[in-house]
Design a binder for this molecule. Sequence first.
Ligand SMILES: [Zn+2]
Length: 427
Amino acid sequence: MKKFSEMEYVRPDTEQAKKELAALTEQLKKAETYEEARAAFLEMDKGNRHVMTASTIAQIRHDINTKDAFYDGESKFWDSEMPKLQEAMMPFVMAMLESRFRPQFEEEFGDLYFRNAEIQLKSFSPAIVEDMMEENRLTSEYEDLLASAQVPFEGKTYTLSQMTPFKNDPDDARRLAAWQAEGQWYKDHQEQLDSIYDSLVHLRDRMGRKLGYDGYTELGYYRMGRNCYDRNDVEKFRNAVQKYLVPVAAEVFEEQAVRLGKTYPMSYADNALEFRSGNPKPQGSAQDILKAGLKFYNELSPETSKFFNTMMDYELMDVLSTEGKRGGGYCTGLYDYNVPFIFANFNGTQGDVEVVTHEAGHAFAAYMNAERIPSDYIWPTMEACEVHSMSMEFFAENWADDFFGSDARKYRYSHLAGALKFIPYGT
Ligand SMILES: [Zn+2]
């Protein structure tokens, strides 16, 4: 195993990959025995893993430093190449769906591949390849613009992520000033942001129509890989959230307003402060948070211990917030190496601990599933993913003292309240 910084990035020959994929499709179609069909399937998965690994390494390195010209170029290459690779994959997917060995495949690999393949057919057509390339380009442009933000505040400049601690400051005037400073950056870039967003909305609407839907919504559901519920189910869920959870969440906010001596509903700036004495703050430096994380995973189970030590030893977490780094956090996978990778922006707030618990919860699920075939099985859908991450946050509550010291009690309240408030927001 190599450390992330030592992993070599070479842009794969994607034209060659497409030719190989076409040959494997023929092999699958002509297979006389399950063994032959299976060999084509395994070869396809291996090739897929390799291409995905290269594109992910390029993406991560671009996100870590959006100013790096080489990886900026590679990121742009993958933005336009990925939809073409997906197009090249479709004949293989169709051959799988039509294969007379489907029962044997289902027996060995489960039927999920086929269920997802049917959804893939509903969400893709060569007619939208150009649109998908444009979609990737616009999405990257939006992210790069946010990553480039330099917000002047109290005589210095900060990235959006670095502004977070000021936006939680217990001093009312300072906190409000931070929100206004950040808001000013958005206002200054409103035209650019709105125009990208508007282009994306129209583009996606067009993609939906090209595929025969009324607009984007139905296509969006398929693209999210929702293979066991639909719009009607979501509607019922939303109604239940509104009926049962919104009142509870409102109560949490009302109590917060009383604690702060404010009137409900509060401003964004006041919503951000949970306790008059300040939000729970992790103790120590970024290194201390990772150390507390290591203790937690070491004590939780032998599996989580092995996992987190691997993440630390092989530099599979990039968590410091630096200039030019893309905002937010995510977890992804480096399939050739059978390991996940965590990208985050530590900024001295409780969010840092949630990277070590939440994102690492995703990472642990991926780590345990790393060798699954096909590689599409490594990750559940976007929603099901959150079961692993949010469970890990709750497992970690017993270790809150290590992360937060004397603020642990405030953290436990804030975490539980946050989980409740998130559901109305997230739906
Ligand atoms: Zn998550």
